[in-house]
Write a protein that binds this ligand. Sequence first.
Ligand SMILES: [Zn+2]
Length: 167
Amino acid sequence: MTLPIGILIVLLGFVGWGFWRAVRAYLKFRGKLIVACPETKQPAAVEMATWHIAITGAFRDPNLRLRDCSRWRERVPCDQACLALIAAAPEECLVHTILSKWYQGKTCTCCGRPIGQTSRWRHNPCLLSPNMRLFEWKDIPAENIPLALRTHAPVCWTCLVAETHTS
Ligand SMILES: [Zn+2]
């Protein structure tokens, strides 16, 4: 009786370990990512096939695969050469990471207050275009964000709300 229980515990431990690895792989690659397309050298917004990555990553290195790419709207799917870049630094490619780093140490163009930390779970600051229009992150196609960060100015969420209510 002791032996089967021991085997069961080992089995459950093994399954739990695989499940934990799958969840970790899923969380690591979820969300929109921006990567310099190896073919065009231009930014492309991609989404990973997170369920496929989670399942294949349970007991070995995950098999990375794209689910969508902003370039695929114009042409047939490519050979996904950008996967090597994403695998090397997945966190650095996340839209949220790119935007958070850009806002670090910046102050709001309207009120002058520090922008502070961004969060996946709270309202985030926005961007002011050169022609004085405010944009939330979601309003800008992810592949255009690197260009927008070169031309737009940071504005805090409070000023966005104030502007929305006065206009
Ligand atoms: Zn402000």
